[in-house]
Design a protein around this ligand. Structure first.
Ligand SMILES: O=C(O)/C=C/C(=O)CC(=O)CC(=O)O
Ligand SMILES: [Ca+2]
Ligand SMILES: [Mg+2]
Length: 428
């Protein structure tokens, strides 16, 4: 089935500002709340939010097999469960409905009033009910940088790293969409030079620049997903900020891995950009040497060229400060390899599960994906445009991550994940 929606010359009858992340070739999926307190599944073109529940009720999806209330729900899980064939039919149909040549909805003002909202008039929600959340550790540059700082500069990569897409199980209960502020966590740390730990607010709160992929029901317990089929089970991607309390992490995470230092908040962008929309931006990933074991071997273009940016806004900064520019294509392990590895032992993966990429650091110091790396453990503070400087993130700073793909004919973007760090909240 062709991906007709990707035709770069197609235009929408809805206005799309130049450089928008959401041209008619994107058609992401999300969930929003309207001013009338109606919650619905939707998509976005330009600065318009489109109510897919209303589109369905008004029969615009006729001929596509869908349950009656498919889009009148507060999560995308059921739709995602329907599988790739249905995702593609629906996305292509939306492209057709909003094509500048198609008068059906374009010339029906009554329907347009019910279906189309200004993006400022809706409140974006978490797009899926995330059952399980796993975070990988798949950037070689990031693993090397942290290894140099926290472990042995001579042997920065641990011996397993080039053989296994290393990961840990996170917490889905504290995943929030863009716009929701998060509190600086309280926790246990071992102050420098001390032998006894203390309990208090973390002093070293950091961001981690990541993407994540959302899965469909992939397997039953006991069954694995071969690497060559893994992409069929990936619905789409979001941007992810894996908030991290570095002082808590350092004290707590040996030998079992991150625990409370990372599960106090994880922020994601609200629109899931489909793998179909990202298809034109496939590129070859980094060379893998030593060759992975056969169950992880992949051919062809398995990476995606997604530009990523991190900004820090402060209370006094007129404009947020650009602090990092990275790219998803630097990732050593691909999403397919991550999913194949995750299920290689028979671990079940469900619709709406979320898999974080791991911090996405590039080869140059301006492409590092965390303050830990950008300031090299706080040694080289970053100067901001309000005259202050940062080693890590201060209370009332806002961290903004943006992501987009671009070629000569089209730009497909994610919008942003933006979240403010509030002072600690502690019930005595
Ligand atoms: O290398 C370490 O000791 C620690 C690494 C992290 O904190 C990163 C982590 O959460 C996984 C990732 O984002 O790549
Ligand atoms: Ca992480
Ligand atoms: Mg986190």
């Amino acid at each position: 089935m062709p991906i007709s929606t990707n035709n770069p010359s197609r235009k929408s009858w809805l206005d799309v500002p130049e450089n928008s992340d959401f041209p008619i070739q994107n058609i992401p999926f999300g969930v929003f709340l309207t001013k009338d307190d109606v919650i619905t599944i939707g998509t976005r073109i330009g600065n318009y939010a489109i109510d897919l529940g209303a589109l369905q009720q008004l029969n615009y999806f006729e001929g596509i097999e869908l349950t009656d209330d498919m889009f009148m729900q507060d999560t995308l899980n059921d739709f995602i469960s329907d599988g790739k064939k249905t995702w593609r039919l629906v996305r292509n149909r939306i492209g057709d409905i909003f094509d500048s040549e198609n008068p059906l909805l374009r010339d029906n003002d009554k329907h347009k009033d019910i279906i189309i909202f200004n993006i400022e008039d809706v409140e974006m929600q978490l797009p899926v009910l995330i059952g399980d959340y796993t975070d990988f550790y798949s950037s070689k540059e990031h693993a090397t940088n942290v290894g140099k700082m926290f472990r042995d500069p001579e042997n920065a990569l641990l011996p397993n790293w080039l053989h296994i897409p290393v990961g840990y199980h996170g917490r889905s209960s504290t995943i929030v969409p863009s716009g929701i502020p998060v509190h600086r966590p309280m926790g246990q740390t071992l102050p420098n030079g001390e032998t006894e730990p203390v309990f208090g607010s973390s002093r070293l709160v950091d961001f981690e620049l990541e993407t994540a992929f959302i899965t469909t029901d992939a397997n039953v317990m006991g069954e694995n997903i071969p690497v060559g089929e893994a992409e069929d089970y990936i619905f789409g991607m979001v941007l992810l900020n894996d908030w991290s309390a570095r002082d808590m992490q350092k004290w707590e995470y040996v030998p079992l891995g991150p625990f409370l230092a990372k599960n106090f908040a994880t922020s994601i962008s609200p629109w899931i950009v489909t793998m179909d929309a990202l298809e034109p931006f496939r590129v070859k990933g980094p060379n893998q040497e030593p060759k992975p074991l056969p169950y992880l071997q992949q051919k062809g273009k398995n990476a995606f060229d997604i530009h990523l940016e991190v900004y820090i806004g402060t209370e006094n900064s007129k404009e947020p400060n650009l602090v990092s520019k990275s790219n998803f294509k630097y990732m050593y392990w691909s999403m397919a390899q991550q999913l194949a590895h995750h299920t290689s032992n028979g671990c079940r993966v469900n619709s709406g599960d979320m898999m974080g990429s791991g911090t996405i650091s590039g080869p140059t110091p301006d492409s590092f994906g965390s303050m830990l790396e950008l300031t090299w453990g706080g040694k080289n503070p970053i100067k901001l445009n309000d005259g202050t400087e940062r080693k890590f993130i201060n209370d009332n700073d806002t961290v903004i991550m943006k992501g987009y793909c671009k070629n000569s004919s089209v730009r497909i973007g994610f919008g942003e994940v933006s979240s403010k760090l509030l002072p600690p909240f502690n019930r005595k």
